[in-house]
Design a protein around this ligand. Structure first.
Ligand code: ZN
Length: 85
């Protein structure tokens, strides 16, 4: 399990949004809005799930994670597109 993180626009710090998940589940997230209280600046922030990162794989956003997981498994994955939701 890894923390889902976001970069605070006020402090530039990577902070957890308070939800932990694994890489496979993270790669399956649809692109939906998320709102959370930032532990770095104390303000509410709104983002979307595809802008989040995993604390142990910060180089991968959700879209990049889809490709990474597909490459590991050798099985193509369904990609979520916000225009289909
Ligand atoms: Zn903040």
């Amino acid at each position: 399990m890894s923390a889902m993180t976001y970069t605070c626009p006020h402090t530039g710090r990577n902070v957890s949004i308070g939800i932990d998940t694994d890489l496979n589940s993270f790669s399956l997230l649809p692109n939906v809005p998320v709102k959370f209280l930032c532990t770095a600046c104390g303000k509410d922030h709104t983002s979307n799930t595809h802008a989040l990162r995993l604390s142990d794989r910060p180089e991968l956003d959700a879209i990049a994670a889809q490709g990474f997981v597909a490459a590991l498994s050798g099985v193509p994955t369904v990609r979520w597109h916000s225009d289909l939701i």
